[in-house]
Design a protein around this ligand. Sequence first.
Ligand code: SF4
Length: 273
Amino acid sequence: MPENPAADHRSALRADCANCFGLCCVALPFAASADFAADKPAGRPCANLRSDFGCGIHARLRDEGYPGCTVYDCFGAGQQVSRVTFRGTSWREAPETAGQMFEVFPVMRGLHELLWYVTEALSLPAARPVHDGLRRARSRIEGLTRADAATLTALDVPALREEVNALLLRAGDLVRAGVPGRKKNHRGADLVGARLRGADLRGASLRGALLVAADLTGADLRAADLIGADLRDAELAGADLTGSVFLTQAQLNAARGDAATGIPEGLSRPAHW
Ligand code: SF4
């Protein structure tokens, strides 16, 4: 039987900032740009991070010049590292663990992101032929997320990603095959600023496509594979993304849209649209 989007699997892959030691606000570097108002090296707490690990400007991030923070998603890696790998002892309480904790965080994020895609693929009835392989992959990755810090830092996440990606690619192709007729293949294409207003992209492959600032107003993206597509500042007003596969909340948050944009099940309309 195909699996439904299992609520418990999905909820573990959603950021729970109240149970995290502000890891994305400390471990990751950022450079002053349109996305961040200031520079910050990796390992140094952001000046806006409060002592309780909350963000001091959370409600005003976009107004204060930090839109980059509103599009970041750790897929629940933050709470996993804070509560499971480091058993609830923060880098402030035990500064000697800080270096390793910040090294583990991006590894865990890579694992949780993969789990998110695998869970997504398991919710697709058309992908049933690869569900057994996906279940095996999920169980293996879940095991790795419970490993100790030393095991995690030694992990080759890109190799694992490549392995799992073969299954995800097949899952996306099985969904796209359900759309009649010839489907467009824009895999990895440079479509920066492209004029795709009203385009018929049903069942298209847009895997890894660069769609930065593309005009997709009113485009039909149903059953399109959007894994890894860069949608920063893409215009999605009135576009139909229902039934598209592998679209993440972070991709949506980075794009522009409106009340008429059709959004896939499980994702929410960004507050700034
Ligand atoms: S501005 Fe807020 S959300 Fe962004 S890094 Fe700093 S503390 Fe974190």
